[in-house]
Design a binder for this molecule. Sequence first.
Ligand SMILES: C[S@@+](CC[C@H](N)C(=O)[O-])C[C@H]1O[C@@H](n2cnc3c(N)ncnc32)[C@H](O)[C@@H]1O
Length: 112
Amino acid sequence: MTSGKAKLKRSGMIFSQVPFLPSTKEQTLNVIKLLEGRKGYLADLGSGDGRLVFAASSMGFRCTGFEINSILLAYSRSKAWWRGVPHTDIHFVKQDFWKVSFIRICISSILH
Ligand SMILES: C[S@@+](CC[C@H](N)C(=O)[O-])C[C@H]1O[C@@H](n2cnc3c(N)ncnc32)[C@H](O)[C@@H]1O
């Protein structure tokens, strides 16, 4: 019998107290399908390596990824930098998503 933690170590990555289980290609495509025909602003709560944020951004969404894991955050930010994505299009924030003020997000999204 394999423990839950051992399964997580195989299928995802544990850099900190919380596991990183990235979306599969299929799951990412499902998100893209859900976003088709829509536009605006997307917040990814627990953005991991930013794959959903980058997918949504490629469809014209302005995005913020909230992530508490510093390594994943640095990776996402450097990916955005390498791709030359403007800060106004993609924004990665080191913040516990349970403490995010969604009223502020809505207001700042209206103002941008
Ligand atoms: C299942 S992974 C999903 C990553 C990404 N959204 C994707 O679809 O590939 C969940 C992510 O949420 C982050 N996370 C977990 N709890 C969090 C919290 N309270 N605040 C911010 N990020 C959190 C983890 O570090 C991890 O990267």
